[in-house]
Design a binder for this molecule. Structure first.
Ligand SMILES: NC(=O)CC[C@H](N)C(=O)O
Length: 417
């Protein structure tokens, strides 16, 4: 690798992983040093939405797509005002973007926001290390270029589970986002690190959203008399966010509820079920998911390291689960049987598995059959990613209209975005 490829303008940087991997490259973005949990994202476009997604707080993001920044950074694709990710790793960053909407290059944008990054490393090797060793602690440094020293310091750095990142990224004051047209529903969104893309999707289907801080008490939310409550995506380990499952518990059954990603995990915890850390998570715009209600496969955008364990919701209801009495070892069984199984939850009654990931058989969506609530582990708003699941926002509207078939929308029937 020629570190002087750009005339030596950029300093050398070092990437070190907990497993001992150390790779040299060039500094991109801010110089300095950063520690965080390293993950890889497989999206081929949408780097701006990814770097501005608050769910990446505490994480260093490696992009598997080799060239980043070609179309620059614009004013409308931001998913939050601030950048919360800890670090940026890519193979080749573009300093001369070309796009009519671009206002700044990606490297200059990262530098101006203080994000430390590295380019010129073999991102295939980094990705393989994460696939083998799991999402692990890592560091990027332009000041400590000694691999032994940086690896040692990575091993001494805190784990992501030790900090409540939701408190860092949530809004501090409530604010309202209104649709351009007629208002059909009013919703309170509990902001655990909400992407603006979600609020915009809601506005597109006529939902007025009042975004409130993550620790807003349930009584206050109920007193606002919304048509429904939304629990957002957000960073970190769901177990570090103690009060939100209690908020969910106080609202479930009283008002229609919808959750995405961390919101889905909060709803899972509220039901007394378990959320587990996946080996290296799902981060990208090409995750195949089967909607078990329609039998259709949706290509989805995802960004999570944790996920619910469906069997912990309760025992199967055999007559609603294809006659099976025991949870099968792999949830892929349900996609083969074309059955959306139902578990009997102690607290909330029947809970149905509606979506399953076809890569690894992890649960991607649930629906409460005895009260108005559903939630998704993936990102129907995409931003970035395919729009196959955008009908979910229409589903939320239908849920608030009291329609029983709210979730089983034929993709072609849903609104086109
Ligand atoms: N996008 C999200 O909401 C991520 C949720 C959670 N922080 C996880 O990694 O699983």
């Amino acid at each position: 690798m020629n570190l002087l490829v750009d005339g030596g303008r950029h300093r050398e940087a070092l990437l070190a992983l907990e497993d001992g991997t150390a790779l040299r490259g060039r500094s991109v973005g801010a110089e300095g040093e950063t520690f965080g949990e390293i993950v890889f994202n497989t999206s081929m476009v949408g780097y701006q939405e990814i770097v501005s997604d608050p769910s990446y707080a505490g994480q260093i993001v490696t992009f598997t797509y080799p060239q980043l920044g070609n179309y620059g950074v614009n004013e409308k694709d931001m998913q939050a005002d601030a950048l919360h990710l800890k670090g940026f790793v890519c193979h080749d960053a573009c300093y001369t973007p070309s796009n009519w909407q671009s206002v700044v290059s990606l490297p200059d944008f990262l530098a101006s926001r203080g994000v430390v990054g590295i380019e010129g490393v073999d991102t295939r090797a980094v990705t393989l290390a994460i696939r083998e060793g799991g999402a692990m602690r890592a560091a990027i440094s332009t000041t400590d270029l000694d691999p032994k020293s940086l690896v040692r310091r990575v091993r001494e750095s805190p784990h992501i589970e030790e900090h409540n990142y939701v408190a860092d990224v949530s809004c501090k004051e409530p604010h309202v986002v209104r649709p351009k047209g007629e208002v059909h529903h009013r919703v309170v969104a509990v902001d655990c690190g909400e992407k603006t893309g979600i609020v915009r999707r809601m506005a597109e289907v006529g939902i007025e959203v009042t975004v409130v801080p993550w620790d807003t008490p349930a009584e206050k939310i109920i007193a606002m008399e919304p048509d429904g409550v939304f629990f957002s995506n957000g960073p970190g380990d769901p177990d570090t966010v103690p009060t939100v499952p209690e908020t969910v518990r106080a609202i479930l059954g009283k008002l229609p509820v919808f959750g995405i990603c961390l919101g889905n995990q909060m709803i899972t915890l509220a039901a007394g079920a378990r959320v587990e850390k996946l080996p290296y998570g799902h981060h990208g715009g090409n995750e195949p998911v089967m909607n078990l209600l329609t039998g259709k496969v949706e290509i989805t955008a995802q960004n999570h390291n944790y996920g619910p364990v469906f069997s912990t919701f309760g025992p199967l209801v055999p007559e609603l689960s294809g006659g099976l009495t025991e949870h099968p070892e792999s949830l892929l069984t349900w996609s083969r049987m074309h059955v959306a199984p139902v578990a009997m939850n102690e607290r909330y009654g029947r809970i149905r598995l509606t979506h399953v990931n076809l890569n690894d058989g992890t649960p991607e969506g649930i629906q409460f059959l005895d009260l108005p609530a559903f939630s998704m582990q993936y990102h129907p708003e995409a931003k970035p990613g395919p729009n196959d699941s955008a009908y979910m926002f229409e589903s939320f509207s239908r849920l608030m209209d009291g329609r029983e078939d709210y979730l089983a929308i034929d993709v072609r029937e849903g609104r086109r975005f």
